[in-house]
Design a protein around this ligand. Sequence first.
Ligand code: PMP
Length: 445
Amino acid sequence: MSHVFHRSLQQTYPVAVSGEGVYVIDNQGKRYIDACGGAAVSCLGYDYAPLKTAINAQIDKLPFVHSSFFTTDILEQAAEALVNDTNGVMSHVYFVSGGSEAIEAAIKMARQYFVDTGKPSKRYFIARKQSYHGNTLGALSLGGNEARKAPYKDILIGANHISACYEYREKQPDESAEAYGLRAANELEAEILRLGAENVAAFVAETVVGATAGCLPPAPTYFKRIREICDQYDVLLILDEVMCGMGRTGTLHAYTQDGITPDIQAVAKGIAAGYQPLGAVFMKAFIVDAIRQGAGFFQHGHTYICHATAVAAGLATQRIIKSENLLDNVVKQGDYLSQRLHEQLADKPYVGEIRGRGLFKGIELVADKASKTPHDASLPIASRIRAVAMDNGLMCYPIAGTIDGVNGNHVLLAPAYIIQAHEIDEIVDKLEKTITTVMDGIATK
Ligand code: PMP
């Protein structure tokens, strides 16, 4: 009997023993091709030698030193490199251990900014229904995934939710994508006015939605209008790029494709390729200046912030992505993945939409293509896809999310930035086989 408190206590897991490129190998010698980076984490695969060398070098030098006592060279170098890569947008970066921690810090940073600038009534947060921001109580409160929140509803903090920008489901047939983007963004203005601008601290959104809607890029006008509204009402814009950031969509930061910049940005996952647990919060100079001149101290901090070995993994990952021009591969293979998914899956009666940016793709599954009717929430589609995919030697990320009472099934794909065309062929073949098996099983029930 396992004494590990696993994610699911009803399931047994294969035992992973090694990795080779984009494959994970279990103790029976079975190989699994990783089509989702675990959860958009493993962007350099599982045995990238120069990354391991950089991590080992830091462990040999100084594995960890508590941030209350020292800074380190690796920390200063990593912050400089990351901030430089924002081309003057951000001035500082705060290193944490993962995505939820980054969001939690971003929430508290926004709040402290308003306390320190003499506007303590600004305390409300607005987020979106189709969103996931993490599992700590603050981050969970902002998220819109009802199933994840259900057992904890009574102990969450208050948060206000508007719709996400979801063209496939919300755009009217006679409406342009541009007009829809503006309409969706204007929900934010209405919500700020409802709450009173003097009470609203920040709007929090994933630039490209990940784990609740199987990858949902915004309409072209959406974030430009969001930015205008935030500026007009003195509301901070916090972008959650924990999943979609650090190169996943083909640019280092996803927001650059939307022509805007956030005030605070959370990243994690791909920042250190999963070789170490790392997250980070970027912030603009005006936020840092306000906190410096206010309390002078961020009233927040965990033991492992600024962890030398984790930060070394992050810096090495970023250097590898640059020196190997991996973002070019993200764009090239992202296009190829789209093409192959469309060729092999678009005509299936249960595939509603295939969408995404770069190596971040979503497939929305529906019970009826014409009406876009989702499957009955009681059907175990996501769990079946996960299990059948694993039988077929494929790691993919199926999602069952209930948003406003509407069930949606999606499959998220986020392969490593080093993926090659023949591996994409293998992924799409295995995915087609998996989804067909599951859907045929459901149809015959
Ligand atoms: N935000 C987003 C957009 C995420 O996808 C996730 C993780 N799936 C998180 C935050 C939380 O990150 P973590 O699991 O590292 O705490």
